[in-house]
Write a new protein. Structure first.
Ligand code: NAD
Length: 504
């Protein structure tokens, strides 16, 4: 499709016209082709933008996972991909990234219709970020060397990394394409075969992606996509005796299931990117309160708050609280839910009705626990047929209130106050999670002290959500373990082999 080389749709009407002409891939993708589920079952794929059924998608279960894993194993053992020279894999993955860019508008549209994020974000962030991820690992793979151990002269000790084999990847719905590519980039570059289960709320981009991978030259069976529900397809991957490693992004609760699945089956290696309740700390000596307020607003309202690293707990030092909340509310009031297909929209729909109801019920819980709503708090765009929630800010939240402890995964910010760095750190660390944190201060000692003391995998100083593919991404505590992004991500898709060669 030469569409991305044209100027592309610029208005709501143009995007809607393009959406009307879309062809949805709706079958499972196994062994290089689209196939129905063995049972023949399907499930409706509903767009949260307006509640309409986009298509009916194959509902894969254990039988389908068996077929997919067998295909992945067959091609892995053949060596067609696993033993291809890294330079060969690089060429195909670069072509894959190029095809993603060539089909950027189509992928962006699928993503927006499927999970409700603004089209501007899908096109400007998710699709390019995903293509860049594949490209980055493609470019890296023929530059990574193995090791030779410092043994005595009568031996050579080789330390080599080998692909683990068949990787099961189970991903969430908040960044369907990007989370998929964070898994696929390093897993495929290192020579593995993959069986991927997208979230049932958002299967469409993964299915199209698998087709593009084949077009790029990936051998059939190296990438299989089994859409379906967690309790069936997801559990079948987790429990499969012939899946060697499992890479998961999703909730902490389901992450724990995968640890169980591994123990009950073949002890497959598990890596988990789970939930968060990230503290966004603003000290009274913050140099730029306007910038901090803007970042704090986008840190929670971007992607409708459906972000694992969302800065959902705002910790403001007492003396500046009133001033800061005023600035924050002003920014937040300008972020209102709109039609996700409108290029002017900055905040879209919640992924489905259930998630919207969950968020609205947390808002009620927050009020019952003594929190004060200072902005939003209601469902929005009622006549659209879709699922929208206003950006919502709570003040006067107690550190142990449920909305200060539990991951809401929606546009709800809890404001807490503190006095002094020690208290900020104590409150900041006081949840089961440890994914991300930030501190705003012009004092280098406070900044460094906080960066060391905050128990989270990501810390930002005077910023929020600054990121790069070169930096590892993942959490401490019940936010999981193992890292996506950077060269370190390759560690979970490879295993070390020690080969001792005696010289007589
Ligand atoms: P979820 O855990 O409900 O689902 C994630 C995936 O697991 C889906 O594909 C789902 O079908 C599958 N699943 C659900 N139940 C299962 C079961 N019993 N057995 C096997 N598989 C099962 O999470 P979600 O609601 O899709 O996504 C939101 C969560 O993802 C949030 O907690 C968020 O913080 C987290 N997340 C984390 C990161 C990160 O990198 N740390 C990134 C994005 C999202």
């Amino acid at each position: 499709m030469a569409a991305s080389q044209s100027r592309g749709p610029q208005t709501l009407d143009q995007w809607e016209a393009r959406a009307g002409a879309l062809d949805f891939r709706h079958l499972a993708f196994i062994d290089g082709r689209f196939v129905p589920a063995v049972s023949g079952k399907t499930f409706p794929c509903i767009s949260p933008t307006d509640g309409r059924v986009l298509t009916h998608v194959a509902a894969c279960e254990a039988d389908d996972v068996d077929v997919a894993v067998a295909s992945a194993r067959r091609v892995f053992d053949s060596g067609a991909w696993s033993r291809m020279a890294p330079r060969g894999r690089k060429k195909i993955l670069l072509k894959f990234a190029e095809l993603m860019r060539r089909h950027a508008e189509e992928l962006a549209l699928l993503e927006t219709l499927d999970m409700g994020k603004p089209i501007g974000d899908s096109l400007g962030v998710d699709v390019p970020g995903s293509a860049n991820t594949i490209q980055w690992y493609a470019e890296a793979i023929d530059k990574v060397y193995d090791e030779i151990a410092p043994t005595a002269h009568n031996a050579i000790g080789l330390i080599t990394r080998e692909p683990v084999g068949v990787v099961g990847a189970v991903v969430p719905w908040n960044f369907p394409l990007l989370m998929t590519c964070w898994k696929l980039g390093p897993a495929l570059a290192t020579g593995n075969s993959v069986v991927l289960k997208p979230a049932e709320q958002s299967p469409l981009t993964a299915l199209r992606l698998a087709e593009l991978a084949i077009e790029a030259g990936l051998p059939a069976g190296v990438l299989n996509v089994v859409p379906g529900f967690g309790e069936t397809a997801g559990a079948a991957i987790g429990l499969h005796m012939d899946v060697d490693a499992l890479t998961f992004t999703g909730s902490t609760q389901v992450g724990k299931y995968f640890l169980e699945y591994s123990g009950r089956s073949n002890m497959k290696a598990v890596s988990l990117e789970c939930g968060g309740k990230s503290p966004h700390i603003v000290m009274a000596d913050c140099a730029d309160l306007d910038l901090a307020a803007t970042k704090a607003a986008w840190g929670i309202f971007y992607n409708q708050g459906e972000v694992c690293t969302a800065g959902s707990r705002l910790l403001v030092e007492e003396p500046i609280k009133e001033e800061f909340l005023e600035k924050l509310a002003k920014v937040a009031a300008g972020i209102q839910p709109g039609n996700p297909l409108d290029p002017a929209t900055k905040m879209g729909a919640m992924v489905d009705e259930q998630q919207m109801e969950r968020v609205l019920s947390y808002i009620e819980t927050g009020k019952d626990d003594g929190g004060e709503v200072i902005l939003g708090g209601q469902r929005a765009r009622l006549n659209s047929g879709g699922f929208y929630v206003e950006p919502t800010i709570f003040d006067k939240v107690r550190p142990h209130a449920r909305i200060a402890q539990e991951e809401i995964f929606g546009p709800v910010l809890s404001t807490l106050t503190f006095n002094g760095l020690d208290e900020a750190i104590r409150i900041g660390n006081d949840t089961i999670y440890g994914l991300a944190a930030a501190i705003w201060t012009k004092d280098i000692d406070k900044a460094m002290g906080a960066a060391r003391a905050l128990r989270s995998g990501l810390v930002w100083v005077n910023g929020w959500d600054e990121d790069d593919i070169t930096m590892p991404f993942g959490g401490f505590k019940q936010s999981g373990f193992g890292r996506d992004r950077s060269l370190h991500a390759m560690e979970k898709y490879t295993q070390l082999k020690s080969t001792w060669i005696s010289i007589r």
